[in-house]
Write a protein that binds this ligand. Structure first.
Ligand SMILES: NC(=O)C1=CN([C@@H]2O[C@H](COP(=O)(O)OP(=O)(O)OC[C@H]3O[C@@H](n4cnc5c(N)ncnc54)[C@H](OP(=O)(O)O)[C@@H]3O)[C@@H](O)[C@H]2O)C=CC1
Ligand SMILES: O=C(CO)[C@H](O)[C@H](O)COP(=O)(O)O
Length: 469
């Protein structure tokens, strides 16, 4: 390739689904961007197909050429799979970089890896950047959650602001805290995404299996709901996929796709992290479990043989819409509660209203509700979103629909684990005297674990006068 020294303002490594689109997005802002990909043929195809944007791309054939093509201080975005690939890429880059250069990890890295890499970066600056929006978002405007030092952020803020999605002119990007804070928020975003997708899938299952509706009818219902308070990217794409026909068989696409969902890890990480902080997200747990059980096709077939088929449902569209809305609010509320817990524990001071704001456009969980959530989180900082007056009102209106839907599904034997868990979460939070007194009695009975009495608050380690069972 020709001499490219210092000809680019920024660089990007990893021209896969996200990296290629992000590079084109940056090129479109007028920035010249150097690109390098492990498999060189991909770089060549990428530039060949870049059309009018090709003059702003600086293809490079080696890592050394890539680094020398970028003006100093260098800004280098990594868009490669999380884990070993990121460490390997940093190790390969490090000897080629100078103090003050910035590495940006824009993949879905584990936030603790980002914390470790930030600490090890020395004179190289490090920014952990959660990017949401899939291929379309990366190309036309993602939502981005940054974690790192002020210096690292200052180096990237101008270009990230230019490429970000905008909600009424407000760019959907922010520095949310130091080191792993950005990747942490992206992880929780993905946890909410899992719950949102699972709840939508459960509503689809009720329509398909309990109400005998075909994919086109399902698509029409989601399209209608997307005009109301449920308006969101995930509801919109659900309507689109349900209405798509397989060109090979002329059957609905949904009917030809195997019912086995994959996962890369962020949902599972969210659940594990939440449990370690005693800030559980049952709706996300249910969604992760459902993805795992979706892989148990043989067991599900055997279960159907042993226990028989599910029954039918008598529910209105209004019930299904209200159920999805209430459960969705509860899932987002659980996510924000986890962010609040992590913020306090890690000393991050996460700006929860700003997080809701930068999720209003560009990201996979964007939803009409997020603008209202940003306001609610500003008005009642630290409060559970579900208890904020605007959302408590919405929940009071739609909980009867969620109850009718869950009750009917349970009675018919149709699985609604995420919808039911959202309801169980709220019902637990509205039970002034819970049932953990019995748990404590049992623990004391079998293991002398002790309990506290209601009439002697603060005095712990008391034991019961248990007799043999
Ligand atoms: N797809 C999505 O919707 C989203 C993905 N992400 C995250 O973005 C990151 C990239 O994802 P995506 O673009 O989908 O992935 P792809 O699989 O499409 O692309 C991966 C890219 O990384 C390169 N790569 C893979 N392994 C290595 C390695 N060991 N060393 C150097 N380069 C490597 C590949 O190069 P090669 O051509 O040689 O294989 C390719 O360019 C991931 O962390 C993902 O979780 C974040 C948000 C959304
Ligand atoms: O980050 C994303 C969206 O926000 C990625 O698409 C991610 O891969 C989704 O997670 P999973 O693959 O586990 O479904």
């Amino acid at each position: 390739m020709s001499d490219t020294r210092d000809t680019a303002e920024i660089g990007l490594i990893g021209l896969g689904t996200m990296g290629a689109n992000l590079a084109l997005n940056i090129a479109e802002t007028g920035h010249r961007i150097a690109v390098w990909n492990r498999t060189q043929a991909r770089t060549e195809t990428f530039v060949d197909e870049a059309g009018d944007l090709a003059p702003n791309l600086v293809p490079t054939a080696s890592l050394a050429e890539f680094v020398s093509a970028i003006a100093r201080p260098r800004r280098i975005i990594l868009m490669v799979p999380a884990g070993e690939a990121v460490d390997d890429q940093i190790d390969a880059l490090r000897p080629l970089l100078d103090a003050g250069d910035v590495i940006v990890d824009a993949g879905n890295s584990d936030w603790q890896d980002t914390r470790r890499r930030t600490a090890a970066a020395g004179e190289i600056l490090y920014l952990g950047l959660g990017v949401s929006g899939g291929a379309e978002g990366a190309r036309n405007g993602p939502s981005m959650m940054a974690g790192g030092s002020d210096r690292a952020w200052a180096a990237l803020e101008p270009v990230l602001t230019l490429i970000a999605a905008r909600f009424e002119g407000d760019p959907c990007v922010a520095r949310l805290g130091p080191d792993g804070a950005g990747h942490y928020v992206k992880m929780v975003h993905n946890g909410i995404e899992y719950a949102d997708m699972q709840m939508i899938a459960e509503i689809y299952g009720l329509m398909r299996d309990g109400m005998g509706r075909g994919a086109a009818e399902v698509g029409a219902a989601f399209a209608r709901w997307n005009e109301g308070p449920l308006a969101s990217y995930l509801v919109e794409i659900t309507a689109a996929v349900a209405r798509t026909t397989d060109p090979e068989t002329s059957r609905p696409m949904l009917d030809v796709i195997a019912d086995r969902a994959g996962q890369k890890g962020t949902g599972r990480w969210t659940v594990i992290d939440a449990q370690t902080r005693a800030a559980p997200l049952p709706a996300v747990e249910a969604a992760v479990t459902a993805r795992v059980l979706s892989g148990e096709a043989a067991a599900r077939a055997e279960g159907a043989e042993i226990f028989g088929a599910a029954g039918t449902l008598d529910l209105s569209d209004a019930d299904l819409e209200g159920a999805l809305l209430a459960a969705k609010i509860l899932a987002y509320s659980q996510g924000f509660s986890l962010l609040a817990a992590a913020s306090a524990e890690e000393g991050w001071d996460l700006p929860l209203p700003r997080i809701a704001e930068i999720w209003r456009a560009g990201c996979i969980i964007r939803s009409a509700l997020l603008d209202e959530m940003a306001t609610a989180l500003t008005e009642v900082p630290g409060q559970r979103l579900a208890f904020a007056p605007a959302f408590a009102d919405r929940l009071r209106s739609h909980l009867p629909a969620l109850r009718r839907t869950v009750a009917a599904a349970v009675a018919a034997g149709l699985p609604v684990p995420a919808l039911a868990s959202a309801l169980g979460y709220l019902d637990t939070l509205r039970q002034p005297r819970g049932t953990a007194n019995l748990i404590q009695a049992q623990r004391d009975y079998f293991g002398a674990h002790g309990f506290e009495r209601v009439d002697r608050p603060g005095q712990t380690g008391l034991h019961g006068p248990w007799t043999d069972a």
